[in-house]
Design a binder for this molecule. Structure first.
Ligand SMILES: Cc1cc2nc3c(=O)[nH]c(=O)nc-3n(C[C@H](O)[C@H](O)[C@H](O)COP(=O)(O)O)c2cc1C
Length: 196
């Protein structure tokens, strides 16, 4: 529906607390249960509710089930051998295969459009973050991963990502098998400039 009146933001200490403590999980430590099919439908809907200049919706989702990921990972193994560190390149495939639910976010910019490609790609990144928030809102941990197979042309093709498209990220969702540990956060003093 367009032109519908939406509620204005209301102060939510609960949401503030969630944002203050949100944290990605290690993808390889994500296990069952993941989002149900119904939850995932809503998570995708919430993820797609993201700003984009020009209403181009310059991204698409591929929901990759475990079987698909296992099959692709088997095909990625020989490609891992030509990476600078083949052992590590093989090891990180566990991040792709372990989680119960994975959404591949593909950036699909329209290069001929007056909205710069950079802005279209930023929108795809924002979608990735919103998917994480949405998964968290359903009580699932999440992880945004790219890894080498997002950049190797042969690997990318295995995921059905075509010419002119790029992988924005794999958003993995599930239950974290280990506690989420805080990591260093930026010192805002060095990041924020205030002008009168
Ligand atoms: C665009 C992007 C790509 C990422 N790719 C990887 C990756 O390939 N491997 C990895 O272990 N983590 C990857 N991460 C995740 C981060 O390393 C890390 O989990 C995340 O920044 C933690 O942030 P948080 O503590 O605020 O949740 C990626 C994150 C982003 C935003």
């Amino acid at each position: 529906m367009t032109d519908a009146t939406l509620p204005s933001p209301v102060a939510s200490p609960e949401l503030q607390a969630r944002l203050a403590t949100r944290r990605s999980a290690p993808a390889q430590a994500l296990g069952d249960p993941g989002p149900s099919a119904a939850e995932l439908e809503t998570i995708l809907t919430l993820g797609a509710r993201t700003p984009d200049h020009g209403k181009l919706f310059p991204w698409r989702f591929v929901v990759l089930g475990r079987d698909s990921r296992a099959g692709i990972a088997a095909q990625l193994e020989p490609l891992a051998d030509r990476q600078p560190d083949p052992r590590k390149a093989r090891a990180v495939l566990a991040k792709l295969t372990a989680p119960p639910v994975t959404v591949l976010v593909v950036s699909t910019p329209d290069e001929g459009h007056k909205v710069p490609v950079w802005e279209q790609e930023l929108s795809a990144g924002a979608v990735c973050m919103n998917l994480e928030h949405a998964a968290n809102a359903f009580g699932h941990a999440a992880s945004w991963i790219t890894d080498w197979y997002s950049y190797d042309a042969d690997a990318v093709a295995l995921f059905g990502v075509g010419a002119g498209e790029r992988i924005a990220g794999f958003i993995h969702m599930g239950a974290a098998a280990e506690p989420l540990l805080e990591r260093p956060r930026p010192d805002l003093a060095g990041k924020v400039e205030r002008r009168p």
